[in-house]
Write a protein that binds this ligand. Structure first.
Ligand code: F6R
Length: 609
């Protein structure tokens, strides 16, 4: 959420380096973009509401000696040019960019205003500029060191000052910030996401816990919050230029949906042997004794990742016979009181930067729990802070709406359930069934993808409706929630997901001929019950779209529109069904003319709570 980038060095024009960096970070927010730099002793700022292209359209600057940039996901203050970062102090001497939330900004603003600071924006971030300016007496680093303890909340900031064109000051507290330098010591780059650093081989360090860095050309010094110089370990990272491509697809989302047969295979590659049904995760060092000592497993995540956790919990209970719970990370963090080391924590996140998930994981870690991150971004904060991490190996997910990450997450969770079952010596029938069926998932997804035109046709028929009711039971309940989330997110239509059994407890009052019911039926164990639910819906005149396995013959006479799915065991039915749900949402969004890869108000990485 919000992306920060900065460049100082000889290898590139800092202005262009920054614009390139912001293009890579735009997934973190695209409400507005801005750049600040120094040229001939002058501080220059250019900022614009909307995506980076809007800024580039108005940019007349040619070059800068040093530059910082920002791409915004609005929290405090309207989406407009004025509230775009960078923000300045009253004298326009310094400029800051900020990612995070300053929780006490109101009190600070009132105090700084009293002292004469001239505020021009509605943002919380502007207080940082004024606060640092207040403490500036010629030494920029010192001013930041003095100012930071007054800030409550989370931040990653980068700052430049017109009298110090040879440095950028950066600081981070609960928000990611990577700093890279090249071997020749001719350039330094800062970025909210190390994957946006482009420059061959770089030595990278990450700022954390209110650390402050003075960044010069090819040189970085880091200080703790008391001003002591600290030695940070640097990692060597290959930062190759890699512009993401749609590979001929109309949108990244469609490309990523179609990648799933491959990403599923990648998730299993080198980890699962269909011959022996054994699972190995390279970086996971849980012993059999440790596995037996766990009394329960908790899954933490947000949005789609949280729904993957719900499926993971079912896998663990059925396969490894251990109680498992999935809780939305922003709620779970308040439920640690009764938890201790007997609980294993699995934090799931595509980006590895979701603040809610990080905060929850830290809270459980503080209670002595072991933590495993399941993540798609190597080197993300989550993977660095968890005890162990399992990489999704799904490749970058560019579309804000998650697709391939979800199916890879649940593939890994199925493997993890088998692994834990093995370690705990619980060879259940369910584990054997799961191991036998796993190798067929990719082909089942392929079957759905080949029938995409059929889904497009159904979606077009229903695209004019503004309200949808999604329904399913057991594995299909979670799947219907995920499908409803996709539809809301990219089509901006109201889509409620309910467990079929809940229909009669209230939501049935909504059912009417103008309220299509989208039913996910591929859960064999609950087939008869979901049919009864559909009959209740049909009796009240709602149009029915069913996503059902080809073995479910009864559905033909019930559904108005039917999309058939390959038959598989219940635990693995979410794969093909979720892909069908993704395509359904995609085609509705396309029909409604929505901005599919960058839906309004959203960002790919949500780094505020
Ligand atoms: C939905 C979606 C979001 C994310 C959620 C968590 O399509 O993308 O609901 O799943 O914001 O993000 P990560 O997985 O990066 O923690």
């Amino acid at each position: 959420m919000c992306g920060i980038f900065g460049y100082i060095g000889d290898n590139k024009n800092p202005l262009h380096a920054c614009l390139d960096g912001l293009a890579q970070l735009e997934y973190r927010g695209y409400d507005s973009t801005g750049i600040a730099g120094i040229q001939d002793g002058h501080l220059i700022v250019c900022k614009k509401e909307g995506k980076l292209a809007n800024l580039q359209n108005i940019l007349t600057l040619k070059t800068l000696e040093v530059a910082i940039g920002h791409t915004r996901w609005a929290t405090h203050g309207k989406v407009n040019d004025l509230n775009a970062h960078p923000h300045l102090d009253t004298m326009h001497s310094l400029a800051i960019v900020h990612n995070g939330i300053i929780e006490n900004y109101d009190a600070l603003k009132a105090q700084l205003k009293n002292e004469g600071a001239a505020f021009v924006t509605e943002t919380d971030s502007e207080v940082i500029a004024h606060l640092i300016a207040k403490h500036y007496e010629g030494d920029l680093l010192k001013a930041v060191q003095t100012a930071l303890p007054f800030l409550h909340g989370s931040y990653a900031i980068a700052l430049i000052h017109k009298d110090h064109p040879d440095q950028i000051i950066a600081a981070a507290h609960h928000c990611p910030l990577a700093i890279g330098t090249n071997d020749a010591q001719t350039e330094s780059i800062i970025s909210s996401d190390p994957n946006a650093l482009v420059g061959g081989f770089l030595k990278i360090l990450f700022l954390r816990n209110a650390e402050i860095a003075r960044i010069e050309k090819g040189n970085v010094q880091v200080f703790d919050s008391h001003g002591n110089l600290i030695v940070k370990t640097q990692e060597r990272l290959e930062c190759a230029a890699k512009a993401p491509s749609k590979d001929g697809f109309e949108h990244f989302l469609l490309k990523e949906i179609f990648e799933q047969p491959i990403t599923i295979r990648k998730a299993m590659l080198g980890r699962f042997s269909s011959e022996t049904a054994k699972v190995e995760f390279d970086d996971l060092k849980i012993t059999a004794e440790e596995a037996r000592n766990y009394k329960q497993v908790w899954f933490l995540g947000c949005g789609t990742s949280s729904l993957a956790g719900s499926i993971g919990a079912m896998y663990l209970e059925e396969t490894a016979k251990i109680p498992a719970f999935s809780e939305i990370a922003s709620e779970a963090r308040y439920r640690t009181e009764l938890i201790g080391p007997e609980t294993l924590i699995i934090a799931i996140s595509q980006s590895g930067e979701t603040a809610d998930t990080l905060t929850a994981m830290r809270a459980f870690k503080a209670k002595g729990c072991r933590t495993i991150a399941i993540c798609n971004v190597k080197n993300s904060t989550l993977t660095r802070e968890a005890d162990y991490s399992i990489d999704l190996q799904a490749g970058p997910e560019i579309s804000v709406c998650s697709s391939k990450a979800f199916t890879s997450q649940i593939a890994i969770l199925a493997l993890f359930a088998l692994h834990l079952a093995n370690l705990r010596n619980t060879t259940s029938a369910e584990a054997l069934d799961l191991a036998r069926a796993m190798p067929f998932i990719a082909n089942q997804i392929q079957t759905v993808l080949e029938k995409a035109p059929q889904l497009e046709k159904i979606a077009k028929k229903y695209a004019h409706f503004d309200d949808f009711f999604f329904m399913g039971r057991r594995y299909m309940f979670t799947t219907c929630l995920e499908a409803a989330l996709k539809l809301k997110e990219i089509s901006y239509v109201n889509a409620n997901g309910y467990a079929g059994g809940e229909l009669k407890h209230g939501p049935i009052a909504l059912i009417s001929p103008t309220f299509p019911v989208i039913c996910f039926c591929a859960n064999k164990k609950t087939e008869e019950k979901i049919i009864s639910n559909l009959m209740e819906v049909k009796a009240r005149g709602a149009p029915i779209v069913a996503f059902a396995p080809d073995s479910m013959t009864q559905i033909h006479s019930i559904a108005d529109d039917l999309f058939t799915l390959p038959t598989t065991i219940d635990p693995l039915a979410p794969f093909a069904s979720a892909v069908a749900g993704q395509l359904f949402a995609y085609y509705i969004a396309k029909e409604r003319g929505c901005d599919i890869d960058r839906p309004r108000h959203l960002a790919k990485s949500v780094t505020v709570e």
